[in-house]
Ligand binder design. Sequence first.
Ligand code: AFP
Length: 299
Amino acid sequence: MELNDFLKEKGTDEKLAQLIMLFSEQAGVIKEGFLSARGAADTKNVYGETQMALDKWADEVLIDALRESRLVRWIATEEQPDIIEVEGAINQFGVTIDPLDGSSLIDVNLAVGTIVGLYPGHVLEPGNTMVGALYILYGPLTTLTYTTGTGVHEFVMGNDGRFTLMQENLTIPEGKIYAPGALRKDYLPYHKQFIEQLESEGYKLRFSGSFVADVHLILHKGGLFTYPAFAGKDSGKLRLLFEGTPMGKMVSEAGGAISTGRGNLLDVKPTAVSDRTPIYVGGKREIALIESIVKGSGT
Ligand code: AFP
């Protein structure tokens, strides 16, 4: 079944369905861009990182399409320092976008993705207020996974650029995979204890450097992804709005959970678009384990 028909059959709010369709259409445009745009641009984003040309380009593609459609009022993207307010918006939605997560892997042809958070209004609100989330993964196949709070569903792009249903009501299985970010020498004591426990239980390491691809793997195979707080970086590396909340919403809707290590990440109220956060995302068992270790550590 095609995405459009599926959204209708699920009784998705019409305006939200239009928005999801818009992102699905832009996926084809972004995929085309992989063939033509290459190399690093000489500008830096709000985090001081070098932007790859494709990040900037994908950012522009998505912002232009959203402005033209007027389907959302607020746009926050990882590549823009400020939240954009769309003139003449016909809906009150807010969106957060990481246009190309894992962009340092583009030139070696590994999986990257677009991550989107969908809010009923302004985006500087806790993740638990979101009306949905989606991500597009550009791997051997191009897939779109979304939730609007009634299950997590996955679609695959065909030659005609349209998405058809691959898996309905995805749920995270139990599994023994761990994807740990940050350098081991910088681990804080509670995190070291947690990782050592997973290793002693036989968890296998999988970490690609593309958050969206790594969380996609965990969603399908079970286990845990983490990019923790580490020595000198209380907030870790990843972005609350662009990475944490949308993928956290997705995994939580699929029966898993997301935590800062101290509580549900979806309860955190952002202070700015550039907020970073420690992230633990995956099965409920692993999330309960890290929270109990943090609690027991008294730190
Ligand atoms: P880019 O989008 O700039 O490539 O960053 C990728 C990322 O934010 C996330 O997708 C990865 O999980 C994480 O960084 C990898 O970080 P390390 O390079 O520190 O392992």
